[in-house]
Design a protein around this ligand. Sequence first.
Ligand SMILES: Nc1c(/N=C/[C@H](O)[C@H](O)[C@H](O)COP(=O)(O)O)[nH]c(=O)[nH]c1=O
Ligand SMILES: Nc1c(N[C@@H]2O[C@H](COP(=O)(O)O)[C@@H](O)[C@H]2O)[nH]c(=O)[nH]c1=O
Ligand SMILES: [Zn+2]
Length: 363
Amino acid sequence: MLAEDYMDLALRLAKSVDGQTSPNPPVGAVVVKDGRIIGMGAHLKAGTAHAEVHALEMAGDEAMGSDLYVTLEPCSHFGKTPPCADLVVEKGIKKVWIATTDPNPLVAGKGIEKMRKAGIEVEVGIGGQEAKNLYNVFFHYIQTKTPYVTIKTAITADGKTATFTGSSKWITSEQARLDVHKLRHQNDAILVGINTILKDNPLLTTRLPQGGKNPIRIVLDTHLRIPEDVHVVADSSVKTIIVCGKNASNEKEALLQNRNNLTIMRQNTETIHIPTLLEELGQLGMMTLFVEGGAEVNASFLKEQAFQKLIVYTAPKLVGGKTSPGPFGGEGMELMESALPLQFTNVEMIGPDIKITAILKKG
Ligand SMILES: Nc1c(/N=C/[C@H](O)[C@H](O)[C@H](O)COP(=O)(O)O)[nH]c(=O)[nH]c1=O
Ligand SMILES: Nc1c(N[C@@H]2O[C@H](COP(=O)(O)O)[C@@H](O)[C@H]2O)[nH]c(=O)[nH]c1=O
Ligand SMILES: [Zn+2]
């Protein structure tokens, strides 16, 4: 086995816990001695042991003089857990291979410095590109303190999200809809507008055959029009936040507020200012946000360029209709030259549908 192979295993361990370690990054670690794997581990939940701790615990005394492969620079600060860099030194690791450094100001480079000072050889970079892709969410969050936003939409081949009568079930296949639930599992919060609630009465829960984490449900409802009998209000098993403007009815707020697991987030502006909301959600420790529309909500995120990733599921169906809705409402760009530049990063078939992943181009 080559160093790349051991780092590949550490990366697979890290990817396997992606979505469940928020607001921490998903990290994987592997301990190798004389060509044998003697320990491996992943960070399973924020506030619990880091990947290196699990892997070194499994290695026991054999860790002395071994190699450690870890997908992120070992931490060197006392957060909710003691610093991994100190543990690495204490265990007498010979060489540490790191896929990428950690931009968290608490860590950045300090972990590496501590280990090198203790005479440990440290090599940074193998698996680096793959690690950076895995950590683009965490790096965004740690640097902006706002959630990494993914907008998801499902459209027909002629770009419609419903027929002109508003009928929309279903555009995409079972397989594509299952894929959406994996994305829900991987996100800390899911956000829709009041129109989607009134039109679809969605559950917004994660329904996967093997179960999955339910994201916090967030509804943008400026005037608190939400009925009390819709799923997201009536079903109190999932934490739900309703965001409203400063002039929304206080009576309605009082009515909703005393339901358990339901919070009203009143803004101090008449309408909901997305960048401000994102800062508030970041403060609440939400590292990822999944925006499932509808068209007006998507339009407000587009206008503010307040998203990082776009996922479009395109179904092999045509509905036509000059008034059939598309995925982004609002006024839209006047000129094609003002189009928001994206970069396609992945195209794949999911059953009969095409799943296009794009990121917002920086700058
Ligand atoms: N209509 C379609 C979608 N429609 C998505 C809607 O915006 C709404 O969020 C869902 O219907 C939510 O349902 P629930 O949470 O499972 O109860 N999304 C899709 O991916 N494909 C489609 O065909
Ligand atoms: N999850 C993870 C790391 N996460 C780093 O540590 C920070 C969280 O520290 P704490 O609050 O103590 O859990 C997090 O923001 C990130 O910079 N580091 C590692 O060495 N290994 C791990 O497995
Ligand atoms: Zn650590």
